[in-house]
Design a protein around this ligand. Structure first.
Ligand code: SF4
Length: 558
């Protein structure tokens, strides 16, 4: 079904907060390389200067995989390993109260989380089987679909990493720059190349960027992570990335992309801003690289918490940012583009939908993105039997099975349901997401995956009448990996005091959204809910919404 579009609610503030070139960022040095601040100003910058983080691969293969965990240089372990998709996971049994108090090494387990990048969320049958086998053989059968279309594995030991890389690379997958201060996975439409509503398939553009720039050492030391998205359809959270290219028609030039920059959530959330430009498909990679280079050169490196691109965009304003991209990096002017219509809400592709070629795709919901190697193997069998083998992951932690003949749709839906992937989930199962949380994440304060899974079951039982999805995003800390601020009900993990005791709980953000409802949920002062009371709180809220809404009023409009 084509996305519902509405007139753009925002105008471009072409005059907002322009800082003249002569004074741009100079009044106060913030570690910008372009302004001569080349000396590292914190330990992260020092580590990146000491050795390009991509070089750690050779040490993993030649030293650490043989010497084991204890042979790993701490600077590699807590810094450079990330550039190859590896984080130490949280030591079991340390509660959330200790997260902010203990040193990193006290929280470090001897096992790793490994993030496998899936640019555009596209997986072939052999890739899916490879990931499933790695999970079963090396990762205690763990796997999570993340809200950035990656698959994350846990319980990985450093001794096994070279063998895992061999298995991944044999099928065209990689963990390179899956984490770290570098260009990470590129989000793409989960229905790229198969949707009848798409004018440009972004797949070749994503491939052009990844093949040319992932692993490019001139772009592997950025001030901070760099998140990208390219899609014709509004089915990715385009306002939450450092750079997004969203499909748009130019009245004279035809289909191309509307460019957004400077989005990011975490503790200082900002929605991306339109630069007011139209980018033809053949220029996407060039413009993407120009913005990354600008970020590398002008990004703030002094303080980690001000290093994301959003701060630079916010300080300069979109006019100045665009001028620098054009004059200093591209050498030509970009075409203007008036604000195109924006979507009513993000498409999640759940259910059965017709493809442009007459076949069907089926969007199914694992609960809060949690799967396993075993389940991925079963999914591969289903994809082989009923489809062509193509699978997609979505930024809503969901999975799509592509290329199903009409005659096989019912059987495929049943087969998916049998392994726990419902194509007709409740509104709760459909729209609840959870980040990694205290089970594996060292920054977490509270449990998320298990809590959210139990919450979904409870809400299905208590509010079965929910007829439109209400998005519930459960996050284990303020970093908002599961997009706290743009959910209908965003939950930020924290400790709270109940009856004199510290218990896990959540700060509630209400009414965030994307598209025409783009904005951050209201963070109501004092609106904190303990983890135990979460079911009661959301049940009451949902019942109030269902009884008080106007006929077709969504939760975001209510
Ligand atoms: Fe970890 Fe916090 Fe991100 Fe959750 S939001 S995965 S707890 S850093």
């Amino acid at each position: 079904m084509p996305p519902t579009l509405r007139a753009h609610p925002h105008t471009i503030h072409r005059k907002e907060r322009i800082v003249p070139t002569a004074t741009r960022g100079r009044a106060k040095g913030q570690g910008q390389w372009a302004l001569g601040h080349r000396e590292p100003l914190n330990k992260n910058e020092q580590s990146k200067k000491d050795d390009n983080p991509l070089n750690v691969r050779a040490r993993i293969e030649n030293i650490y995989a043989h010497g084991g965990f204890d042979s790993i240089d701490p600077a590699d372990l807590r810094g450079r390993f990330r550039w190859w998709g590896l984080y130490t996971q949280r030591k079991a049994g340390i509660d959330g109260g200790k997260t902010a108090i203990l040193e990193d090494e006290d929280l470090d387990d001897r096992y790793f989380m490994m993030r496998v990048r899936m640019d555009g969320g596209q997986l072939s049958l052999e890739q899916l089987r490879a990931v499933a086998e790695i999970s079963k053989r090396y990762g205690r059968d763990t796997a999570d679909v993340t809200d950035r279309q990656n698959i994350q594995l846990h319980w990985i030991e450093v001794e096994d990493v070279p063998a895992i890389w061999n298995a991944l690379e044999a099928v065209g997958l990689t963990t390179q720059e899956a984490c770290g201060d570098c260009p990470r996975v590129i989000l793409g439409s989960p229905v790229a190349g198969i949707s009848a509503d798409e004018r440009i398939d972004p797949t070749p553009l994503i491939e052009e960027i990844t093949s040319e720039f992932v692993g490019d050492k001139s772009l592997s030391n950025l001030p901070r992570k760099f998140k990208s998205a390219i899609s014709w359809l509004p089915d990715i959270p385009y306002e939450c990335n450092d750079i997004s290219f969203l499909g748009a028609e130019h009245p004279e030039h035809g289909p191309g992309f509307d460019l957004w920059v400077g989005g990011g959530l975490s503790t200082n959330p900002m929605l991306a801003k339109r630069l007011g430009t139209w980018i033809p498909a053949e220029k996407v990679a060039e413009v993407w690289a120009a913005v990354v280079r600008l970020f590398r050169d002008y990004g703030y490196r002094r303080l980690r918490h001000r290093a994301r691109l959003k701060f630079l965009v916010n300080d300069w304003g979109v006019d100045e940012f665009r001028r620098v991209v054009e004059e200093e990096y591209l050498g030509y002017r970009l075409d203007d583009l008036a604000p195109p219509p924006v979507p009513e809400r993000l498409l999640d592709h759940i259910g059965v939908h017709k493809q442009a070629d007459g076949k069907f795709y089926i969007g199914a919901a694992p609960t809060v993105g949690r799967v396993s190697g075993t389940l991925l193997s079963q999914l591969a069998d289903i994809a082989e039997r009923y489809g062509s083998g193509r699978i997609r992951t979505t930024p809503m932690q969901k999975l799509l099975l592509l290329d199903v003949d009409e005659a096989d749709v019912d059987d495929a839906v049943r087969a998916l349901d049998d392994i726990g992937l419902s194509a007709n989930p409740s509104g709760w199962r459909r729209a609840t997401m959870a980040c990694t949380g205290i089970e594996f994440c060292k920054l977490a304060i509270v449990d998320t995956k298990d809590r959210a899974t139990a919450l979904v079951s409870e809400l299905e039982r208590r509010v079965p009448e929910l007829d439109v999805p209400i998005s519930v995003h459960v996050n284990g800390c303020p970093n908002a990996c599961a997009r706290t601020q743009t959910a209908d009900i965003g939950l930020k993990g924290q400790l709270m005091t109940v009856d004199g005791k510290q218990v896990p709980g959540f700060q509630v953000h209400l009414g965030g959204g994307h598209g025409v409802h783009a904005g951050f949920g209201r963070k109501l002062r004092g609106l904190k809910v303990s983890s135990d009371e979460l079911g009661d709180y959301i049940t009451n809220l949902a019942r109030r919404y269902l009884s008080g809404r106007l006929s077709d009023e969504t939760f975001a409009e209510w």
